[in-house]
Design a protein around this ligand. Structure first.
Ligand SMILES: Nc1ncnc2c1ncn2[C@@H]1O[C@H](COP(=O)(O)OP(=O)(O)OP(=O)(O)O)[C@@H](O)[C@H]1O
Ligand SMILES: [Mg+2]
Length: 424
């Protein structure tokens, strides 16, 4: 250990849990006094926040294993974007899974129990103290539902055996992790762009500040908005794939096909609802609204074969490929209909996401304004969260804060370590 990584005080055995919309990560304070990420699946430090209930064997699977089972066509139910349900009435809705009535809060508890189990295996003892990350807003513009979301997460943590539970804003945790790498005092705009939320914090960081017990006066501004990668996926699906199933299609009476099913089918946490008998009957009845019934056949194939998550996954992967290569990428939809494809290019990415990105950048601007910096700009912008890698987002942010260096940080693991540091 070097002088620049001081020991954590009184933090032995504390677990940090970054329960994310798309991915989760955990870290712990080791007896040697450092925060250490805990591998969750093989060597991987982040694990998809996904649960798969296998109907063939009655078994439950997590993370990549859950997604793989689903994509390979194992009979069962895939649950994703569970965090989005916190603060929503849907959280207490029940559903039958493997002959048992469960609600979505129980599924979150099941996932947290698995994280604690894997932490216990790594630490050699079951942790009882936990710092949980939370977005700046679970729910926008509704303090009551926001408080409810935190309280539901606390209850889930209690239910799996944690006794001492505290919360920290995710972007502050990300900042505390980044601070370990700084050699001089810097005022940073931390941008944590995840799957469900975009959170911003202007914070004063530096080696000399790291030892302070109370950091409240170094946090100069915090804002958050309920926009993240799953919203980008939704927009891209509506723009690229849903029209192939009838979104925006006009029927014999020159009226547009009712579009709710397309919105729900492209929204990660609503996909499962579309397979319920009532929703299926409604979708079937849409046929008379189509001029080209082939499009309706595709919609029904997606619903009857339960391809909703498959489509969402393919759109998400295309988004990532397109962002990385800045070129056209093909979405292969041959499982819906032979030879069916859609092509996503950088213009499409730009057009479909323009509105969401403008709102996200406005949230960053608001954060910097609230911080009241003397020169009006931070010294650097620290990017974290998977969606911060999106090229179009980085371009929009750079246009807003011309001349401020963008530092690409740890995309998936930094928040969990920072949560541990926040209790040191
Ligand atoms: N290279 C990439 N380019 C663009 N988006 C990406 C890239 N890699 C991952 N993503 C997106 O990042 C999102 C997941 O990011 P992350 O794991 O940080 O979110 P999270 O912590 O689960 O969500 P939140 O913090 O909002 O609860 C997904 O929407 C994913 O599609
Ligand atoms: Mg996150």
């Amino acid at each position: 250990m070097t002088a620049s990584t001081p020991k954590l005080q009184n933090a032995d055995g504390i677990l940090g849990i970054d329960f994310g919309t798309s991915n989760s990560a955990i870290a712990w304070a080791t007896p040697q006094g450092t925060a250490q990420p805990i591998p969750l699946e093989g060597d991987a430090l982040a694990m998809p926040t996904a649960v798969f209930y296998n109907a063939e064997e009655g078994s439950t699977h997590f993370g990549r294993e859950a997604v793989t089972h689903y994509l390979e066509g194992t009979e069962g139910r895939l649950m994703r974007s569970l965090k989005t349900l916190l603060g929503s009435p849907l959280l207490m809705e029940t559903t039958v899974i493997n002959n048992q009535l469960v609600n979505f809060s129980d599924i979150i508890t099941t996932y947290l129990a698995e994280l604690r189990k894997r932490a216990t295996q790594h630490m050699g003892t079951a942790p009882t103290r936990v710092v949980m990350g939370r977005p700046v807003h679970f729910v926008d513009d509704d303090a009551e539902r926001d408080a409810q979301a935190e309280s539901s997460l606390r209850q889930a943590a209690e239910a799996v055996g944690f006794k001492d539970i505290s919360f920290q804003f995710e972007p502050i945790a990300a900042a505390l992790d980044y601070e370990r790498r700084l050699t001089r005092e810097t005022t940073v705009l931390v941008a944590d762009i995840g799957g469900g939320t975009s959170d911003f914090t202007v914070v004063r960081l530096g080696p000399a500040l790291m030892h302070k017990t109370n950091r409240a006066d170094d946090v100069l501004g915090t804002t958050g908005v309920h926009i993240g990668g799953t919203d980008f996926d939704q927009k891209l699906s509506l723009g690229q794939v849903m029209p192939l199933l009838g979104y925006g299609h006009f029927g014999p009476d020159s009226r547009e096909v009712p579009n709710r099913v397309f919105f729900d089918l492209s929204t990660w946490h609503l996909i499962n609802w579309q397979y319920q008998p009532k929703a299926m009957a409604q979708a079937r009845a849409l046929q008379t609204n189509y001029t080209d019934v082939r499009l309706h056949d595709r919609l029904m194939r997606v619903l009857t074969e339960r391809y909703g998550h498959h489509l969402a996954h393919d759109v998400e992967q295309a988004k990532i490929r397109c962002s990385q290569t800045d070129g056209d990428t093909r979405i292969d939809l041959s499982y819906v209909e032979t030879n069916l494809t859609s092509t996503l290019g950088s213009t499409g990415l730009h057009t479909h996401l323009a509105h969401l990105l403008a709102n996200t950048v406005a949230c960053a601007r608001d954060c910097v304004q609230r911080a009241g910096l003397t020169n009006g700009k931070p010294d650097a912008i620290y990017l974290t969260g998977g969606s911060s890698a999106l090229r179009t987002f980085q371009e929009a942010l750079q246009a807003e804060f011309a001349g401020v260096p963008l530092v690409e940080g740890d995309l998936f693991g930094g928040v969990a370590s920072g949560l541990v540091y926040s209790r040191s």
